[in-house]
Design a binder for this molecule. Structure first.
Ligand code: GLN
Length: 544
């Protein structure tokens, strides 16, 4: 029997609903249960693929090529369960499915309405086959209760609560208990109002997860329980912790998973094995040292844009027992050839993340050159890899006009679109740069690794599957010239047409990958490339 856990949020956004859901998933897993996590996003975009990272943080890509909300990244990192296309839905997707069917005549002339058509679509998303061995499906509803666009979602889960019954459905509401210094008190009123709002649309939450920055006094817990109509033990303190990987243990200590199981009347649940989380917490608290990584990109003012990259660097740190000091460096500040690069001095490694567009790209190329010439470990990811290859083509091979068609038509498309290599680039590039929908290589693809290469040694395999999200590719025509200058293409697509990885021969550690390894890194299984990059940064830190 599959049980459903609905997680809603109230009072304000950014309370960490994604992490709370992921942590509960991890706790249930630690008791031996199978979980699947799903995210319902009320916004109107069909998927977050076209949204600016400035608005929405990174786009998390699944193995099956879905562009999803970054919370799915938390789910994967906390539970190790790979998310799929069918784990994230938006209002935009629901409407576009419904309208497509309506246009096809599938509704046989019926009037299409929010209830039941939209709500039914949401319900079938929730109930859709979660896969083998799943005991709990956790569904997080994006946004906060009271948002207009959230209403159909709340109505749908209300109906599900009714249809499944309390033995199979539980509602958890995440709220905020602000502390007002002038009054010297923690305030429960916003929580009461938020629960009232939920109840007015027919949902009575059974468990309240209360974010706070200090312990909740017992009498306040009692008050919340009484006004919000929940058991006192179901008012769970969710106090701020030092690190997100402390959250599962903290919530367990406060009884979250115990309350969920009690709600379902499960009495024979195995005791949780949290030893892996304890080990992580210990490593985070007692590192053997610290390395500084410069993350050079153009969205550095919104760190969520680099969520998985930053997490993966942390995992690389866990693998090497060091703390990572991430220096976010805006590449636009040295786009201009004469701008100084002194901010890069002293970093032990440079990470060039993915990105789009010309702005900030020249700065990234300059950072790549700095790392190459100064022999600082450097990791280029997707755009970071493409730009490093262009930099090498310009400086090492001497192709002064080496470029990417992403900047516009070019005579030297070292990075470009495959079809332009055969058809000539002007028109192809112009069309591609105006029509941006649905033309990306998305999801997991294989790459063959060259025997004896650094990456083959790092991975310990000769074939890997990694997740992609890009439109342009390195042009194989330039490979011989680049190889002659020590740029070794050590990973290729199995048909040999797409360069996937390069490494610099005459450098302590310079690897560029066309894919996004950060999307597959997990605290318990740090991605080998990140672990190796951090190990190289540690060696570098001993030199300076
Ligand atoms: N802009 C580049 C492309 O589309 C790289 C994309 C990325 O870094 N994810 O190919």
């Amino acid at each position: 029997m599959i049980r459903y856990i609905f997680i809603t949020g109230g009072v304000v956004s950014s309370l960490g609903k994604g992490i709370a859901s992921a942590a509960l998933g991890a706790l249930l897993q630690s008791r031996g249960y199978g979980v699947r996590l799903r995210k319902l996003d009320p916004y109107l975009n069909v998927d977050p693929g076209t949204m600016s990272p400035r608005q929405h943080g990174e786009v998390f890509v699944t193995d099956d090529g879905a562009e999803t909300d970054l919370d799915l990244g938390h789910y994967e990192r906390f539970t190790g369960v790979s998310a799929r296309q069918s784990d994230n839905i938006t209002t935009g997707r629901i409407y576009s499915n419904i309208i497509e069917r309506e246009r096809r005549g599938d509704y046989l002339g019926a009037t299409i309405q929010v209830i039941p058509h939209v709500t039914n679509e949401i319900k079938s998303f929730v109930l859709n086959d979660p896969g083998q061995g799943v005991d709990f499906v956790l569904c997080e509803i994006g946004g906060t209760v009271g948002d207009i666009e959230g209403l159909p979602f709340f109505e749908a889960i209300r109906q599900l609560g009714q249809e499944l019954g309390p033995q199979r459905a539980v509602f958890i509401h995440l709220t905020l208990l602000p502390y007002i210094p002038a009054a010297g008190e923690m305030k429960t009123k916003p929580t009461q109002h938020s629960v009232k709002e939920l109840r007015s649309i027919g949902i009575q939450p059974q468990i309240l997860l209360c974010r706070c920055d200090r312990p909740i006094p017992e009498n306040e817990k009692g008050k919340i329980a009484s006004f919000c109509n929940v058991r006192p033990s179901s008012v769970i303190e969710a106090r701020d912790v030092g690190h997100i990987y402390d959250v599962p243990i903290a919530y367990h200590t406060e009884g979250l998973d115990t309350e969920v199981l009690a709600h379902f009347g499960i009495q024979d649940a195995p005791v949780p094995d949290l030893s892996a989380w304890q080990r992580i917490a210990h490593t985070i608290r007692h590192p053997d040292g610290e390395v500084c990584i410069g993350l050079v990109g153009k969205y550095t003012d919104v760190p969520d844009a680099y969520k998985s990259v930053m997490e993966a660097l942390g995992h690389g740190g866990l693998a090497n027992q060091v703390k990572i000091d991430i220096r976010l460096i805006d590449s636009e500040r040295f786009d201009d050839e004469v701008a100084p690069l002194d901010i890069l001095e002293g970093v032990h490694g440079i990470l060039l993340p993915g990105g789009f567009g010309e702005r900030g790209a020249h700065g990234k190329m300059r950072a790549a050159r700095f790392a190459r010439e100064r022999k600082i470990p450097c990791f280029g990811i997707c755009y970071g890899m493409q730009l490093s290859v262009i930099e090498a083509a310009r400086q090492l091979v001497g192709i002064k006009n080496a470029s990417t068609s992403e900047f516009g038509p070019t005579r030297e498309p070292v990075v470009g679109l495959m079809e332009e290599w055969t058809k000539g680039n002007e028109k192809v590039v112009r069309d591609a740069n105006t029509d941006l929908g649905g033309t990306m290589r998305l999801g997991a693809y294989p790459a063959r690794l060259a025997k004896g290469s650094l990456v083959a040694e790092i991975y310990g395999k000769d074939e890997v599957f990694e997740r992609h999200r890009h439109r342009y590719e390195v042009n194989t025509k330039y490979i011989p010239a680049l190889e002659a200058k020590g740029v070794h293409f050590s990973g290729m697509s199995p048909d040999g047409r797409l360069p996937e990885i390069f490494e610099l021969r005459d450098h302590p550690w310079f690897v560029g990958v066309q894919f996004h390894p950060e999307l597959r890194s997990r605290p318990f299984e740090p991605h080998p490339l990140f672990a190796s990059f951090i190990a190289a940064a540690i060696r570098q830190s001993r030199l300076v």
